[in-house]
Write a protein that binds this ligand. Structure first.
Ligand code: HEM
Length: 463
C-alpha cells in the first residue's frame, strides 16, 4: 500500500513536474518530511543552507504537500503582483483558531470585500489623528525604561510588546490603558491564544456607547469615530459585516499590528546599539529638528526624520518581522522555466531576498544609505518586501512606520543605546514572526548623564 501511494505521488503529473525542480535528496513517500523534522532553529538554518546550495528556486515535498521556495525578485513579482496567486492556506490556517478568518488569513470574495472596507481606516488623515496617542505612549515607555535602568541590561521584546499593544488597543479599539483592567492578563495570555474575551468586551462596550449616543440623538464625536473599530461598527449598521466579522478583524489588527512592530523595533534598537556612528547621526538629525527643546514632536517633524527612516528601512531589511510569506497555488504557473503544479505552495523567503549580495553588497553590514532615494531607483521593488507587496501587502504599513518613527525618535532623544546582545549572537528560529532563541538585550544610558559624564571627563582632563 505504502509503495503504491508513494509511486502515485511520485509519478502522477504533479510528481513528475516537481521531480524536475532541484532540491535536497528525499526519502521515498515521506519526501523531505524526515529531513525537515527538526527543531525550529535548525529548520531556519537548514532552509538558508538549501538556498545556498540550490539557488534561485528549489523544492521540498512530503507525501502530498509540495513546496517551492522563491528568492528572485522577478519570481516573487509573478506571485505577489496579482490577485490570481494570493490564496493563503498553511501555515496561516494555524492562526485561524486565534484570529478567525480576519483579513490576514481570509481568501476570495471575503478577503476582497473586507480589504475594500478596511482600506479607508488607514487613510493618512485618520492616521494623523492617532499621532497624539503615539506620543503619549512614547512618554510612558520612556518612564518605564527609566524604572528599568538600574537593572543594567533590559530585555527589549516584552517591554516594547506592551507599548505597541497598548497603542493598538487605543487606536484600533479606542480603549485607554486605565479602562482595560484585563490588559495585564491579555499580555500574559497572548501566547496562550486567548484573545477573544478581551476584545469581545471592548467591542460590546463600544457598540453600547454608540447606540446610547444615537438614542439620545447626540452626534458621535469626531474623536470617537476615529478608531478602526468605529469604521467596522459603521459598516455593521449598513449590514456589510456582522459581530463575528468585527471580532475577526479587530483580533487581526491587534495581533498583526503590535507583534510585528515590536519585533521590528527590538531588532532595530539592538542593531543601533551596536552601530555607535550611525546612532550619533540619528541623534544629530534629531538635534537639528528639536535642538535642546524637550517639546513633543509633530507629524511635520516626522517627515523631517529622513535619516531615521533610512535606518528603519535598513533594519527591516536585515530583520524583517515577517521572514517568509506563503501562497497556495490554485492554478499552475511557470516560474524560471519550471512548471509548478496547481495545489502546490510557494514560500517567499523575505529574509534571504533581503540578503542577496548582488542587490545589497556586503549584506550583513548596516548601511542606511542603501535607502537614499538615489540608491533605490534602480532596484527592483520586489527585492525589498518587509511589508510584502502587491494587492495583498500590509494594510498597516504607513501606520507602522509612523509608530516606529515616533517611538524610536522619542527614545533616542532621551537615551543612548549601548550594546549587550551582538548581531552575531542572534540565532533565528522558524516562526511566523522573526524570533531568536535567546532574549535580546541593550543597556539604556540617559542622554543627560552622557553629556554630564563627557563634560566631567573634559574637566578632569583640563584641570
Ligand atoms: C513593522 C510592522 C509591520 C510589518 C513588518 C508588517 C508586515 C506585514 C506583512 C509582510 C504582511 C503580509 C503577510 C502575508 O501576506 O503573508 C502584512 C499583512 C497585514 N498587516 Fe502588517 N505589518 C506591520 C504592521 C502592521 C500594522 C500596524 C497593522 C494594523 C494596524 C497591520 C495589519 C496587517 C493586516 C490586516 C494584514 C493582512 C493584509 C491582507 O492580507 O490584505 N500590519 N503585514
Amino acid at each position: 500500500m505504502v509503495v503504491i501511494v508513494g509511486a502515485y505521488f511520485r509519478y502522477n503529473r504533479a510528481g513528475r513536474l516537481m521531480h524536475k525542480i532541484p532540491g535536497p535528496p528525499k526519502v521515498p513517500l515521506f519526501g523531505h518530511m524526515v529531513t525537515t523534522y527538526k527543531n525550529p532553529d535548525s529548520i531556519f538554518a537548514h532552509l538558508r543552507i538549501w538556498h545556498k546550495i540550490y539557488g534561485r528556486l528549489w523544492r521540498l515535498d512530503g507525501v502530498h504537500i509540495r513546496t517551492v521556495h522563491l528568492y528572485h525578485p522577478e519570481d516573487v513579482e509573478l506571485i505577489l503582483s496579482t490577485t490570481t496567486f494570493n490564496q493563503k492556506d498553511l501555515p496561516y490556517t494555524f492562526l485561524q483558531g486565534w484570529l478567525g478568518e480576519g483579513l490576514l488569513v481570509s481568501n476570495g470574495d471575503k478577503w476582497h470585500q473586507r480589504r475594500k472596507m478596511l482600506t479607508p481606516a488607514f487613510h493618512f488623515r485618520i492616521l494623523n489623528k492617532y499621532f497624539s496617542v503615539l506620543c503619549e505612549h512614547t512618554q510612558d515607555l520612556i518612564v518605564t525604561i527609566e524604572n528599568e535602568i538600574d537593572k543594567g541590561k533590559v530585555d527589549l521584546l516584552p517591554l516594547i510588546l506592551k507599548a505597541t499593544l497598548l497603542i493598538m488597543c487605543e487606536t484600533a479599539l479606542g480603549a485607554k490603558p486605565h479602562e482595560i483592567p484585563t490588559i495585564k492578563s491579555y499580555i500574559e495570555s497572548i501566547h496562550k491564544i486567548d484573545l477573544h474575551n478581551f476584545t469581545k468586551n471592548i467591542i460590546q462596550r463600544r457598540r453600547r456607547n454608540r447606540n446610547k449616543a444615537i438614542e439620545l440623538q447626540e452626534n458621535i464625536q469626531e474623536e470617537v469615530k476615529a478608531t478602526m473599530l468605529d469604521i467596522l461598527l459603521d459598516e455593521e449598521a449598513k449590514g456589510n459585516i456582522n459581530d463575528k466579522g468585527i471580532q475577526e478583524e479587530v483580533d487581526t489588527f491587534l495581533f498583526e499590528g503590535h507583534d510585528t512592530t515590536a519585533t521590528a523595533l527590538t531588532f532595530m534598537m539592538m542593531r543601533i546599539a551596536n552601530e555607535p556612528d550611525i546612532q550619533d547621526s540619528i541623534y544629530e538629525e534629531l538635534q537639528d529638528i528639536f535642538g535642546d527643546s524637550q517639546r513633543p514632536p509633530t507629524v511635520e517633524d516626522l517627515t523631517k526624520m529622513k535619516y531615521l527612516e533610512c535606518c528603519i528601512k535598513e533594519s527591516m531589511r536585515l530583520y524583517p518581522s515577517v521572514p517568509f510569506l506563503s501562497r497556495h497555488l490554485t492554478k499552475e504557473v511557470v516560474i524560471a522555466g519550471y512548471t509548478i503544479p496547481k495545489n502546490s505552495f510557494v514560500d517567499i523567503h523575505v529574509f534571504d531576498i533581503h540578503r542577496n549580495p548582488e542587490v545589497y553588497p556586503e549584506p550583513e553590514k548596516f548601511r542606511p544609505e542603501r535607502f537614499l532615494p538615489e540608491n533605490t531607483v534602480e532596484r527592483n521593488p520586489y527585492s525589498y518586501i518587509p511589508f510584502s507587496a502587491g494587492p495583498r501587502n500590509c494594510i498597516g504599513q504607513k501606520f507602522a512606520i509612523m509608530m516606529m518613527k515616533t517611538l524610536m525618535s522619542g527614545i533616542m532623544r532621551k537615551y543612548r543605546l549601548e550594546p549587550i546582545t551582538r548581531p552575531e549572537d542572534l540565532v533565528f528560529i522558524a516562526d511566523l514572526v522573526l524570533r531568536t532563541n535567546h532574549p535580546i538585550y541593550v543597556r539604556f544610558r540617559p542622554r543627560e548623564s552622557v553629556t554630564k559624564n563627557t563634560r566631567k571627563q573634559i574637566m578632569t582632563v583640563n584641570f
